[in-house]
Design a protein around this ligand. Structure first.
Ligand code: NBP
Length: 495
């Protein structure tokens, strides 16, 4: 098929798999002219002759023809497999561009790669944007959440297109400038981590209703439907409601036939690793990743289930079911607040470490619609950061503080019940442990420091009120605990 090239086009898209095709169609629907290219060019032809037919979309068979259609500054967006393909395509498109042109990577790139590409392209005068894109196929087609970051000079150029195609929440686009370098992909990474946490919390709720209250999938679906009308109103609760009432051809719930081994593509793991690297207690996402790992050990779990015993389950009587479900709703709400508080703690730490000035209210707004974690709850987070963008922690905001305090009785009852009955609730439990740790003025880390000094001479500091002439505040102190070791303290951490 011969492709007629006309122009000028507003933006070009490289990569016509599910995300690329749908975003191109979305851009065309909003009045933009789009040039597109795909490595296997038969995909271009099929797209142009199929879903793109009659729209302001131009297919090209090579990057040179594609770039030739573009208005200046040229905007070339990549929606291809993350990793080496992105570097490869950037290398191919670069000789066709000139200073001031813009390359946008909309794939799931790891943020250190985005920061590297931003620096490399900056040195060549090319503006580089790494943009998180969330919402899957439907989001791309009808309104994704877009999280762009990188060269700020590119923002005024791409803003009209990005904000037009993005999802809207309460009339506002779920897309704004995130910050420099790899900030856009960083925020997308944390979004994906939070998605892991939200999903794990919902799965734990389902497990408790099933195993403790003996509820059917349809009954649990009804609870999800009710929750979806209140503070937990969200995309993930909504799809869970629908999944649980979906019957297979034999009239039984399909979900019960699905192998209980969770897969993962790695972005939740990136968040957990990054949290460990930054020393941030993002415990809920960490537990959500580990819960998937534990589920994957299916064969071993089957063997363990035959030999390792637990308590006999004391079912929730029908007369107490309603109170049990209310407690569960409180537990889910409170745990979710903790997870988002932890996510924002991590983003704040990244901003400090990388010296990024980030727009916190906009980050919450970007997640408010279009993406997998979209929820009414994110509207409250947006409001909280709009009131005070320097908010140290979401838990200090009056709305979330009182929400957690009010929810804690049900939350504690839920976790206690799960533990007593031997039903695993890693996400609920870690959220509660974090809350209790975070609100503790004194933790047992004094003893831990003493242990470290005892066996490794790692030193400790003294509480200001206990300081004296020998143990001065802020000084690193080593004690010869046994009288046998020396008085020399360690200078490097080697535990
Ligand atoms: P895939 O991630 O499945 O990637 C397929 C695309 O990458 C095709 O266009 C393919 O071209 C192209 N590609 C590959 Br593979 N290697 C290439 C190379 N060396 N050079 C040039 N092109 C190459 O597509 P997707 O699911 O549409 O996702 C696109 C990006 O968006 C990914 O980074 C993904 O992680 C991210 N994302 C996906 C979703 C989702 O729901 N799918 C959601 C959010 C973000 P070909 O046709 O010639 O093989």
């Amino acid at each position: 098929m011969s492709v007629v090239i006309t122009g000028p086009t507003d933006i070009a898209m490289v990569g016509l798999a599910v995300m690329g095709q749908n975003l191109v169609l979305n851009m065309a629907d909003h009045g933009f002219t789009v040039a597109c290219f795909n490595r296997h060019v038969e995909v271009v032809d099929q797209f142009v002759a199929g879903p793109a037919k009659g729209k302001s979309i131009i297919g090209t068979h090579n990057l040179k023809d594609m770039v030739a259609t573009l208005k200046r500054p040229r905007k070339v967006m990549l929606l291809i497999k993350a990793g080496k393909p992105v570097d490869s395509v950037i290398g191919q498109v670069l000789p066709l561009l000139e200073k001031g042109d813009i390359i946008i990577d909309g794939g799931n790139s790891h943020y250190p790669d985005t920061t590297r590409r931003y620096e490399e392209l900056k040195a060549k005068g090319i503006l580089f944007v790494g943009s998180g894109v969330s919402g899957g196929e439907e989001g791309a087609r009808y309104g994704p959440s877009l999280m762009p970051g990188g060269s700020a000079e590119a923002w005024p150029e791409i803003k009209p297109i990005f904000q037009a195609v993005a999802a809207k929440a309460d009339g506002e686009p779920c897309c704004d400038w995130v910050g420099p370098a790899g900030a856009g992909h960083y925020v997308k990474m944390v979004h994906n981590g939070i998605e892991y946490g939200d999903m794990q919390l919902i799965c734990e709720s389902y497990d408790l209703m099933k195993r403790l209250a003996g509820m059917t999938d349809k009954e649990i679906s009804e609870v999800m439907g009710r929750w979806n009308k209140g503070v937990l109103d969200s995309f993930l609760i909504e799809i869970t409601r629908d999944i649980l009432k979906y019957d297979d051809t034999d009239g039984t719930p399909l979900v019960e036939k699905i192998m209980d081994k969770a897969g993962q593509k790695g972005t939740g793991k990136w968040t957990a690793i990054d949290a460990l690297d930054k020393g941030m207690p993002v415990t809920l996402i960490g537990e959500a990743v580990f819960a998937r790992c534990l589920s994957a050990l299916k064969d071993e779990r089957i063997r363990a289930s035959k030999v390792l015993t637990g308590p006999a389950i004391e079912p929730v009587p029908k007369s107490e079911r309603s109170a049990f479900i209310d407690d569960l709703e409180q537990a889910l709400y409170a745990s979710k607040i903790i997870s988002y508080a932890q996510g924002f703690m991590l983003i704040r730490e990244a901003a400090n470490e990388f010296n990024w000035k980030l727009n916190f209210p906009s980050i919450a707004l970007m997640w408010r619609g279009g993406c997998i974690i979209r929820s009414v709850f994110l509207g409250e987070i947006t409001k909280a950061f709009r009131e005070n963008s320097d908010l140290e922690n979401l838990l200090f905001h009056p709305f979330f503080k009182s929400a957690v305090v009010q929810a804690q009785a049900g939350w504690r009852k839920t976790v206690a019940r799960a533990v007593t009955n031997g039903i695993p609730t890693p996400a609920y439990s870690t959220a509660l442990a974090f809350y209790d740790g975070y609100r503790s003025e004194r933790l047992p880390a004094n003893l831990l420091q003493a242990q470290r000094d005892y066996f490794g001479a790692h030193t400790f500091q003294i509480l200001p009120e206990c300081a004296d002439d020998k143990k001065k505040p802020n000084s690193n102190i080593h004690i010869n605990w046994t009288g046998k070791g020396g008085n020399v303290s360690a200078t490097t951490y080697d535990a």
